[in-house]
Design a binder for this molecule. Structure first.
Ligand SMILES: C[S@@+](CC[C@H](N)C(=O)[O-])C[C@H]1O[C@@H](n2cnc3c(N)ncnc32)[C@H](O)[C@@H]1O
Length: 292
């Protein structure tokens, strides 16, 4: 965006110019408003209300930097440092995946299986920003959640989100999937693992190139993490316990096979709002069923 420094510019003028710079994007107007509100330290409503106010040079400089970064493809959520998930605001940075709307289906499917009335032990593997663990903790006060990640930087973000949402029953653990879980057994194990194929052109061409590859890439066929964590999780499920994973829209059949291969039963895949296979879950066989 050409610098406006040197000439006075109002809120409305700056938004108009940024909108033009970002125009190839469908959300250019919305992004411009959000970025200016961020630079001004106000909410989006104030940007509408104060359209005729002049913007101070230091705030314009900050805004112009944000617009340039957005024009280069950086996601708005990273520039704002926050993302919405489950109608809550989460702190995020470049070390974590920006929580996606699809993952709300995973959370809804998990919540259906956690009783409100009595305690349960939950593991959230690859917690990233902690979004899944925090929502479960807020929605099910009786649940204890161990949320793990390989990335120490991601765990720091998850810690901050637990503090922001005053959640005290989430325990953070650095682990390579479940290698640091000892003998622990869980009622529910949930994960949104990396499941993009290494060669997927999306990784270099779209906004996701700004997100950590550790959070995205699941090896050549996208299934490395799923294979590893499904195998490990079955060792840590209580009899009757449930494993739930998010996966790519075209990975449902192979993930169901992975579940069956590891001895899980009643394996089901739930579609997302677009009708695409997105979340697979299955149960660990109970002792009584094993000998039938
Ligand atoms: C797709 S992101 C999901 C983040 C978050 N749970 C969400 O749904 O928004 C996958 C997460 O798995 C973590 N991860 C990748 N490899 C891992 C491993 N071997 N062990 C544990 N976590 C891993 C990444 O650091 C990342 O935070």
């Amino acid at each position: 965006m050409p610098s406006t420094i040197g000439t006075p510019a109002t809120v409305a003028e700056l938004i108009k110019r940024a909108d033009q710079v970002l125009r190839p994007s469908d959300s250019s107007r919305l992004d411009s408003e959000l970025l200016l509100a961020h630079a001004l330290g106000c909410d989006r409503l104030a940007v509408y209300r104060d359209g005729n106010c002049d913007v101070a040079p230091d705030q314009r400089l900050q805004f112009e930097g944000l617009v340039r970064a957005r024009a280069s493809g950086q996601p708005v959520a990273q520039l704002l440092g926050t993302a919405e998930f489950w109608s809550l605001s989460f702190h995020i940075d470049a070390n974590v995946l920006i929580p996606r709307p699809e993952t709300e289906l995973l959370v809804a499917t998990v919540l259906d299986r956690i009783p409100r009335s009595h305690p349960s032990m939950i593991a959230d593997l690859g917690t990233g920003s902690g979004a899944i663990a925090v929502v479960i903790a807020l929605e099910r006060r009786n649940a204890t959640i161990i949320a793990s990640d390989l990335s120490t930087a991601a765990l720091a973000v998850a810690r901050r989100n637990c503090d922001i949402h005053c959640v005290t029953q989430v325990y953070l653990l650095r682990a390579n999937w479940m290698d640091a879980f000892g003998e622990a057994k869980f009622d529910i194990i949930v994960s949104n693992p990396p499941y993009v194929c290494a060669g997927d052109p999306l990784l270099s061409s779209s906004a996701i190139r700004f997100e950590p590859s550790l959070a995205l890439v699941g090896g050549d066929d996208g299934l490395d993490a799923l294979r590893e964590l499904v195998a490990q999780a079955t060792v840590h499920l209580k009899p009757g316990g449930c494993l739930l994973v998010e996966h790519g829209y075209n990975q449902g059949a192979i993930v169901r096979r992975l579940f069956y291969k590891q001895g899980l039963q009643r394996v089901t895949t739930a579609p997302d709002l677009a009708g695409l296979e997105r979340v697979t879950f299955g149960e660990m066989v109970r002792a009584a069923e094993r000998f039938r």
